[in-house]
Each structure stands twice: as structure tokens, then as C-alpha cells.
Write a protein that binds this ligand. Structure first.
Ligand code: FPP
Length: 285
């Protein structure tokens, strides 16, 4: 197939992908892949379980922290690429409630990297019109981390582009338990009828009440697990697992995930429209 440059595709592609015009090398794999993506069927919300930092470091005989540091660079590249592509919501699993079990030095390094990321990348978040927020139990984080989070949240609050959510001290099960507790309190104090509690009520008591459910859940490093991430919210998400270790994840890997997503048929428990019409036709005989 003859290679066409991004600019020659202006007529057939939406404005979203054109933001890459100045940052993708003509004739590169990235350019080829981005032209395969249908800009009208982008996943609105992509959630990522960033896994494999430790293995990346072990393969290089480096300490685990070196893997996390390289992972922070993958975060930077992925956030920028998702925003430029026109993804509306990107949610990254950076630290689970279970991660407190790791050695103290590793936990401290992870918190330090997060602070450093927010300090260094705030300007780029603003430039890319990204709104930053976190989900998880923030109270348990050390003050220095909370301060940096607060600042990033405040300073990007008016942005209207992609919403970047970082899950920190997050546990999907605890989130559901907490939602149930709040609803139980409302039944006791406001006299609500428990039999009237709906799925929507639960959704509105989750950390993610202002986010749509993820369309696409990506996990790196080949593990087939959801690891207590967004348990309620991923009920109908398309899952994409890649063997790429998180520190090696770049724009091209994001494009591959989206291309795979665009091949899937989302039925939400229904049947294909064609199957429905053939059933109707059979019943009319
Ligand atoms: C999982 O790899 C990764 C984490 C627990 C932390 C993710 C953190 C970062 C990518 C860096 C900082 C984050 C931000 C948002 C700037 P693992 O250590 O479990 O890898 P392994 O399974 O190979 O041991």
C-alpha cells in the first residue's frame, strides 16, 4: 500500500488525529498505525494497569526503583499521546491499597516519582489542556504528595480537554464497600427504602462518579488479571493485554491497543443486530 502522509489524509480523518501532524515522523510506524485508527470510534475512556516495572529492571540487573523511574517516562509519553489523539478520559493505576505491603524504600520511591512527575509535568498538562484528578483514599498519603496533587488539581481544574485520573491508594473492593456503607447510612438517617437502591445509586457513590465506565482496559506485561482495579466500572470494558512491559510502553503501543479495540464488537449482553433480524424473520414464517 502506498504510504500517504498525515497531511494528505486530512480529507478523510477528523481533527483529532491531525494534532499529530507536527509530532509524528512522516513514514514512521507511528504514522502508519495512527492512520489505521478510525477517529470516529475512539474509546472515550481508556484505563491502564501499568505492570512490569520490576521485571523490566530485573532484566537489566537494576533495582526495582529503576523500573518505576522508567515507568514514569512511559506515563509521560502515554498521557501526551492520548491527549493528542483526542481521548476524553485516561485512568492510570499507579498505586493500589495492597502496594503498601512492598518494601518501605520502594513505596517511598514510588511516592517520590509521583511528586516529581506532577512537579515536572504540570506545565505540559496545562499545555495539553488536561484536567488532573486522583481516585483512592488520599487521606493516607503523606502530606508532600497530597500538596502536589492538590496543586495539580487546582491548576488544571478549568481545563476542558482530557481528564487524567491517577488511581492512588486505590482498591476496587474497598470502593464498593464504602459506597454500600454510605447508602446504608442514608437509609438509616434519611429513611431511604433499601429496596429502592439502584445500580445508579451505587455508581454515584463511587470515586468515579464523574467518569464514564472505561471502554478499554489495557494491562501491560502479559498478566491476565484485573488486580482489584475499577471492579464495578469494567463490567463491559473491552480488555486488551499486551506482553510489553510498562516502561517500554509508548505511543505506538497505545495505537495498537486502540486498533484492537476497534476490531471488537460490543454487545453488552445483547445479540448482533443481524441475529436479531434473522430471529424476527424466522418467527414470521
Ligand atoms: C507495577 O509494576 C507498577 C506499579 C505498582 C507502579 C506504577 C508506577 C509508575 C509507572 C511510576 C510512577 C507513576 C506515575 C503516575 C508518575 P510491578 O512493580 O508490579 O512490576 P513487576 O510485576 O514486574 O514486579
Amino acid at each position: 500500500m502506498a504510504r500517504r502522509s498525515l497531511s494528505s489524509l486530512r480529507n478523510v480523518m477528523s481533527i483529532n488525529t491531525l494534532k499529530f501532524d507536527s509530532v509524528i515522523e512522516p513514514g514512521s510506524v507511528d504514522e502508519f498505525l495512527v492512520t489505521q485508527i478510525d477517529p470516529d470510534r475512539l474509546p472515550s475512556h481508556i484505563a491502564i494497569i501499568m505492570d512490569g516495572n520490576g521485571r523490566w529492571a530485573a532484566r537489566r540487573n537494576q533495582p526495582r526503583v529503576a523500573g518505576h523511574r522508567a515507568g514514569a517516562e512511559a506515563v509521560r509519553a502515554t498521557v501526551e499521546a492520548a491527549a493528542q489523539l483526542g481521548i476524553s478520559y485516561l485512568t492510570l493505576y499507579a498505586f493500589s491499597t495492597e502496594n503498601w505491603k512492598r518494601p518501605r524504600l520502594e513505596v517511598e520511591a514510588l511516592m517520590g516519582l509521583l511528586r516529581e512527575f506532577l512537579r515536572k509535568e504540570l506545565r505540559s498538562l496545562k499545555r495539553n489542556n488536561i484536567r488532573f484528578q486522583t481516585i483512592g483514599r488520599e487521606q493516607a498519603l503523606e502530606n508532600a504528595v497530597s500538596r502536589e496533587i492538590d496543586r495539580a488539581r487546582r491548576e488544571t481544574d478549568a481545563n476542558t480537554g482530557m481528564v487524567l485520573t491517577v488511581a492512588l491508594n486505590y482498591s476496587g473492593r474497598s470502593e464498593i464497600v464504602e459506597a454500600c456503607r454510605e447508602l446504608a447510612r442514608e437509609c438509616l438517617t434519611l429513611g431511604r427504602d433499601p429496596s429502592q437502591i439502584s445500580e445508579l445509586d451505587i455508581e454515584q457513590h463511587l470515586f468515579t462518579k464523574c467518569l464514564p465506565d472505561p471502554d478499554l482496559l489495557v494491562r501491560t506485561s502479559g498478566e491476565m488479571r484485573v488486580s482489584n482495579f475499577l471492579l464495578w466500572q469494567i463490567a463491559y470494558s473491552e480488555i486488551y493485554v499486551t506482553d510489553v512491559l510498562w516502561p517500554d510502553f509508548r505511543r505506538v503501543n497505545l495505537f495498537e491497543a486502540i486498533m484492537e479495540y476497534q476490531k471488537r464488537e460490543r454487545r453488552y449482553g445483547d445479540v448482533k443486530p443481524a441475529a436479531r433480524s434473522s430471529l424476527i424473520a424466522a418467527n414470521m414464517k
